[in-house]
Design a protein around this ligand. Structure first.
Ligand SMILES: Cc1cc2nc3c(=O)[nH]c(=O)nc-3n(C[C@H](O)[C@H](O)[C@H](O)COP(=O)(O)OP(=O)(O)OC[C@H]3O[C@@H](n4cnc5c(N)ncnc54)[C@H](O)[C@@H]3O)c2cc1C
Length: 420
């Protein structure tokens, strides 16, 4: 099978690259072995956790971190890559919004997290005053969102101290089938049920029951994201019409529907642009001649070579097995690429859970054009993108999806400029 470009990895980095290549008319294949980090993420896109406008902070940040993947993309291209992602999501009905500075997304445990882009269905603490009364409600028996815990934490956040935060359970007999097995009572299970049966009337009645019990006006409601795997804006709009309330959602504990919706929207868009997306297709190894990759072998047919002119390694970090931790150190399993790491295992992690963990900065080394290095030299037609890359700390910097989107877009740009 021969393509112009093959991308290993179907997360946001691989999709960002694939969308740019497919849009430019390149015959592009994405091979993904399984789920991506998006299935577990909030679905918001972090760019850089700084006070003020993170776009304006990029040049100074890049100047101070010359090895950082952002430095290999450049501030203007980072912003262009995020705009491209927004446009692709919008084409699939997923509206991502931002302001002139980071906004605070409300997390499932009621803390606030600075981020740059969020779907417009998300509960955020905007700059406007918070409402006097807020209701956090969840389906009765659902374990992946705890309104009482979220309310207790939220009440301590700046901007919420004056806010009366109520909690409640939505009694929906249709969900009784899940109570037998808590493992089947996850956000995706509820969403599938909502996608099969129209529960909106019952849900609206339950929300109204709780807001009427509020002793005083209650017009703002937050629900866990569990209403649909598809377009949620139509459902929220309908619920708002029926209840007279503003209704927003928070990401639940994983699996996270908000992230899954983004994954699915980008995959649909990629396919609509002519791309081929293969799932359950784990790449096991590569055939290289000199400094060029000729093709890839996958688990589904070791005698079949997937050939292309250009390749992008977007296989993720330890979480997705793009990097593997072995007794002797860290390795990149497909190409045996050069990896930035440390042989002293006891220095990989900080003692404190929320400390700075060096292992988060481990990853594949690349040259200035994001070409993957092996034995100190770049492979001529293999680019790296996303969380497989070295020299950044998504947690401390608040840069997770931002780096993935920017480097995927930039790697595709290098391929397109080479082909000219
Ligand atoms: C739990 C979690 C929550 C996060 N939350 C946020 C958040 O709220 N906001 C934010 O901005 N960032 C967040 N991040 C960080 C951000 O989501 C990731 O940095 C980003 O999604 C990484 O994207 P990626 O495409 O590089 O890698 P991944 O999403 O990990 O994708 C890697 C892909 O490669 C595939 N793959 C791996 N090996 C092979 C192989 N051999 N053959 C074929 N395919 C292979 C995997 O199946 C997967 O499809 C979170 C990360 C995690 C882990």
């Amino acid at each position: 099978m021969t393509f112009d470009c093959i991308i290993i990895g179907g997360g946001v980095a691989g999709l960002s690259a694939g969308l740019r290549l497919a849009e430019a008319g390149r015959k592009t294949l994405i091979m993904a072995s399984g789920q991506s980090a998006l299935h577990f993420s909030s679905g918001s896109v972090d760019l850089l956790d700084v006070p003020g406008d993170p776009r304006a902070a990029l040049p100074a940040f890049i100047g101070a971190h010359p090895d950082h993947p952002y430095a290999k993309v450049g501030a203007d291209h980072i912003i262009a890559s995020l705009q491209a992602l927004q446009a692709h999501c919008a084409a699939e009905g997923l509206i991502l919004q931002h302001g002139e500075r980071n906004h605070q997304r409300i997390t499932p445990i009621g803390t606030l997290k600075a981020t740059w882009l969020s779907p417009d269905s998300c509960a955020i603490a905007g700059e406007a005053a918070q409402p006097d009364t807020l209701l956090l409600a969840t389906p009765e028996g659902f374990r992946d969102f705890h309104p009482a815990l979220a309310a207790a934490n939220l009440a301590r956040q700046p901007g919420f101290t004056h806010c009366r935060i109520l909690t409640g359970e939505l009694r929906l007999p249709q969900l009784a089938e899940f109570s037998r097995n808590p493992h089947e009572f996850r956000s995706a299970d509820i969403a599938r049920l909502c996608d099969r049966h129209d529960l909106l009337a019952d849900l609206a009645a339950e929300i109204s029951r709780l807001t009427h019990q509020a002793q005083g006006p209650c017009r703002h409601v937050i629900l866990p994201a569990c209403l649909t795997l598809g377009r949620v804006d139509e459902r929220l709009h309908e619920l708002e019409k029926r209840t007279g309330c503003t209704i927003r959602e928070v990401a639940t504990m994983p699996p996270s529907l908000i992230g899954m919706r983004m994954q699915e929207a980008l995959r649909r868009r990629f396919v609509a642009l002519g791309g081929t997306f293969l799932t359950s297709e784990r790449v096991l190894g590569a055939r290289c001649i000199g400094d060029r990759v000729q093709g890839l072998y996958s688990q589904n047919g070791e005698d079949l070579l997937f050939e292309a002119e250009h390749f992008i390694l977007a296989s993720g970090s330890f979480f997705s097995r793009g990097l593997e931790s072995r007794l002797r150190g860290i390795r990149e399993p497909i190409f045996g690429a050069d990896v930035h790491g440390s042989s002293e295992r006891d220095r990989w992690a900080d003692q404190r859970l929320f400390g700075r963990h060096p292992f988060l900065g481990f990853g594949v080394k690349t040259d200035e054009r994001l070409r993957v290095l092996r034995e100190g030299l770049p492979l001529a037609n293999l680019y790296g993108a996303g969380s497989v890359l070295a020299h950044y700390d998504p947690v401390q910097e608040g840069s997770g999806s931002g780096v993935a989107i920017a480097t995927g877009w930039q790697a595709a740009g290098h391929i397109l400029s080479e082909a000219l």
